[in-house]
Design a protein around this ligand. Structure first.
Ligand SMILES: Cc1cc2nc3c(=O)[nH]c(=O)nc-3n(C[C@H](O)[C@H](O)[C@H](O)COP(=O)(O)OP(=O)(O)OC[C@H]3O[C@@H](n4cnc5c(N)ncnc54)[C@H](O)[C@@H]3O)c2cc1C
Length: 394
């Protein structure tokens, strides 16, 4: 078996992996980024919406922006409309072209000095004296052993790196939303807003979405609770019903199926010689199902902490805990509160859900397009349901 040695091997070239690799390479580390697929960014498993907060993590490039949107419109089960935008700002977010965006981030990692290897799938973690010391992988039909002082699990929702490295990443069905999405064209919809639809008939324990991608094209999808999915009532069935109802004459250009972990973060995200980032660490907002920004933010922190660990030649769990402390400080609270709100909303009856939406009905302008600003506004508008959450936010 061939063997090569690096400071760090990053498994998975999504946003989390590429930003980790780029950050570590910029700090002079010898980095290998591996991706199991032959083409980075493909297949796309995402509705591709992000808030303008993405500008904190990357210089926005028109090549991977499809549309700029003004805000979101959310419809309650009885059709009550809640319009959300940012005070004094025309545009609040982007719909990305992830096929190109993910490639762009991997290119940035490569330009910073990381080695990138596609068609390379990790199938085990090398362990020595209680430490992760690299991965076993199959690369272009050949078995290889990649030695590294730090292994980064950026391998998405299906992550196995964590489990192989001794971290419990198991998900209950109830903690996963299973999704089906069509890229549709030749349809009429609101091009200025991302639209979200709630209702037991539309998407039990989840929601449907229409995110504008172009003049007459959009990502149209449905996500439902993993524990309510079954024969003849899978996400795909709900999506077919939604599309037949709203866009019966539209054309389906692409189909996509995927899952989003809404469990909140794994109990631990570090072990000796190992770090989990992005979906692998379950860094996804449990209310919105969005994880791109958390993946990027977490990746930047991970790359920085790994660089320090390499400099100090200390790869212990204790040293790597700085990563855990920092992501908890930067976005841990949003995930924690999001999980509590998700659990409250899921346990409301349809009648209570309607009341919840009635209290928020109309147009709401928040100070900035962040989860924190949104949650504060929700609490202000609907203190009865959300009163108990105030203490987590203020
Ligand atoms: C239907 C759907 C809609 C979504 N919509 C949005 C949205 O609108 N906005 C938003 O912010 N988020 C959205 N998300 C979530 C978002 O896609 C993820 O949070 C984000 O992609 C996480 O990035 P990541 O780098 O952690 O993982 P990923 O982007 O999943 O990347 C993981 C990579 O690891 C690779 N990999 C896995 N195992 C191995 C292995 N053993 N060896 C080598 N490579 C491996 C995979 O091929 C993949 O390329 C959506 C998700 C789904 C499923």
């Amino acid at each position: 078996m061939k063997e090569k040695k690096y400071d760090v091997v990053v498994v998975g070239a999504g946003p989390a992996g590429s930003i980790t690799a780029k950050t570590a390479a910029e700090k002079g580390l010898n980095v290998l980024l591996i991706e199991r697929n032959p083409e980075i960014g493909v297949p796309v498993k995402c509705a591709e919406g992000v808030s303008k907060e993405i500008e904190k993590f990357v210089d926005v490039d028109s090549r991977w922006i499809c549309t700029v949107f003004k805000g979101t419109i959310t419809y309650g089960p009885d059709g009550t409309k809640v319009v959300l935008s940012v005070d004094g700002v025309e545009d609040t977010g982007y719909v990305l072209e992830r096929r190109l965006f993910d490639k762009f981030l991997a290119e940035e990692a490569a330009r910073a000095g990381a080695e990138v290897k596609v068609r390379t799938q990790a199938y085990g973690v090398v362990r020595e004296e209680g430490y992760a010391k690299g991965v076993y992988a199959r690369s272009a039909g050949e078995d290889i052993r990649i030695s590294a002082d730090v292994v980064v699990g950026a391998d998405g929702v299906e992550s196995r790196i964590g489990r192989w490295g001794g971290i419990d990443t198991r998900l209950r069905l109830a903690d996963v939303v299973t999704c089906a999405q069509f890229l549709m064209c030749d349809i009429e919809f609101n091009r200025d807003y991302c639209e979200i639809f709630f209702g037991e008939d539309i998407a039990p324990k989840g929601y449907a979405w229409v995110f504008p991608k172009g003049e007459d094209s959009a990502n149209v999808g449905v996500g439902i609770g993993g524990d309510v999915s079954g024969e003849n009532h899978r996400a795909r069935d709900y999506l077919n019903a939604f599309v037949n109802d709203r866009f019966p004459d539209g054309a389906v250009i692409a189909e996509m199926y995927g899952a989003v972990p809404l469990s909140g973060p794994t109990y631990e995200t570090v072990a000796n010689g190992l770090i989990l980032v992005g979906d692998a660490a379950r860094h996804v907002n449990p209310i919105t199902g969005g994880g791109i920004l958390e993946a990027m933010q977490g990746g930047a922190i991970a790359g920085d902490v790994i660089a320090k660990a390499v400099q100090e030649k200390n790869f212990s769990k204790r040293r790597l805990r700085e990563y855990e402390k920092r992501w908890r400080k930067e976005f841990g609270k949003v995930l924690e509160v999001g999980l509590k709100i998700k659990n409250i909303v899921l346990n409301l009856s349809s009648q209570e859900q309607n009341e919840f939406f009635h209290a928020l009905a109309g147009e709401t302008r928040i100070k900035e397009f962040s989860e924190r600003a949104l949650l504060k506004e929700m609490i202000k508008k609907n203190p009865r349901i959300l009163f108990s959450l105030a203490k987590f936010l203020l």
